[in-house]
Design a protein around this ligand. Structure first.
Ligand code: 9Z3
Length: 317
């Protein structure tokens, strides 16, 4: 099915219920960091859902865990950015990502049960917890990390546009790092049943429609001065670079980070209109659990600084 326009999408799909609260948070965050002259990065992370019912029991989802976005947000903070972390609810988040599942509980020891119960971190876990805790507390104290969350593809677009409206004011100091896995397909609102689909009505036939490409208005209208980085995910190596180049050609943004589903943890290719550069972790680095995001972010920060330098007019002395 052909896609409608992005304007039609916003006209038909209502904003999420927490939209106004999130919009106020985004506005306050961007205005505060603008006053300090900080760079601000919007990191989108995790996958969007496509509900099959308005009172949603079932939905189409995707694989993304949100590791790319959560890890990258930490490295952007280290580089002095203020970070808007726009993530799928319940996907991985900066700092807590290191202790998912039972990991945190396994680091604790309880003594003196009763009224004087104390809980301590096991001595051999302190070395793992302390650096993460200290970076988390520093970000918290400095107010440099804002979390906003989405679930459906429509929530995602509403939040994305609201964040862009706030970021537009800071021009080339804004960086968009669009690592969320956004559905290409959806069911238009008027075709989604209100209530849970009933098996008694027989096997449903579900027609998915194409989601309008939001990167076009984002680059041209919403944040025309920002440095925009999108991600391209494929499963077929032969398509990866041609599709990354085609996206750059079509949307005229600055950088596509291309990755394959199967190797995304240790290999990406950074594609700009001028060149392609591979980032590949060595076997030793993989073994030592080095985050590839540390290298990706280092390179993106360098390219963003260059963009800022060439696009910001120098003040007369
Ligand atoms: C990515 O390609 C991310 O790197 C991953 C990260 C989603 C693979 P994880 O969350 O994985 O760490 O498990 N994100 C973009 C995926 C995407 O939907 N791209 C669209 C496309 O490829 C363009 S916006 O067409």
């Amino acid at each position: 099915m052909a896609s409608g326009t992005w304007e039609e999408f916003f006209a038909v799909h209502l904003p999420p219920t927490d939209f106004e609260d999130n919009r106020s948070l985004l506005k306050e965050f961007c205005e505060r960091h603008d006053q300090y002259g900080n760079k601000i990065v919007l990191v989108t992370s995790g996958g969007t859902t496509v509900p099959l019912e308005h009172n949603t029991v079932r939905f189409v989802d995707n694989f993304s865990a949100g590791k790319r976005g959560a890890a990258s947000a930490e490295y952007f903070l280290e580089h002095g950015y203020a970070v808007i972390f726009m993530h799928r609810q319940k996907s991985l988040e900066p700092f807590t990502r290191h202790f998912s599942g039972q990991k945190l509980l396994d680091m604790l020891v309880m003594s003196d049960r009763g009224p004087n119960t104390t809980i301590c971190v096991k001595p051999d876990s302190v070395f793992a917890l302390a650096p993460v805790l200290s970076r988390y507390q520093a970000a918290h104290a400095a107010g440099t990390l804002l979390h906003v969350s989405f679930t459906t593809v429509s929530d995602y677009f509403w939040l994305l546009r609201a964040a862009c409206e706030c970021l537009a004011h800071i021009g080339a100091r804004a960086l968009l790092y669009l690592s969320a896995a956004v559905s290409d397909f959806y069911i238009p609102k008027d075709r989604v049943p209100t209530h849970k689909m009933q098996s008694g009505s027989g096997a449903p036939v579900i027609q998915l429609h194409l989601v309008p490409k939001m990167l076009a208005p984002l680059v041209n209208l919403w944040v025309p001065s920002a440095y925009v980085v999108s991600f391209k995910l494929e499963t077929d190596e032969n398509l990866l670079i041609p599709k990354a180049k085609a996206a750059l050609e079509k949307y005229k943004h600055k950088l596509v980070i291309a990755n394959l589903l199967q190797t995304r943890r240790h290999r990406v290719i950074m594609v700009t209109p001028e060149a392609s550069q591979e980032i590949l972790l060595t076997r030793e680095e993989v073994h030592a659990s080095v985050d590839i995001e540390q290298m990706i972010v280092g390179e993106v920060v360098r390219l963003h600084a260059e963009h800022e330098r060439v696009t910001t007019p120098r003040r007369p002395r």
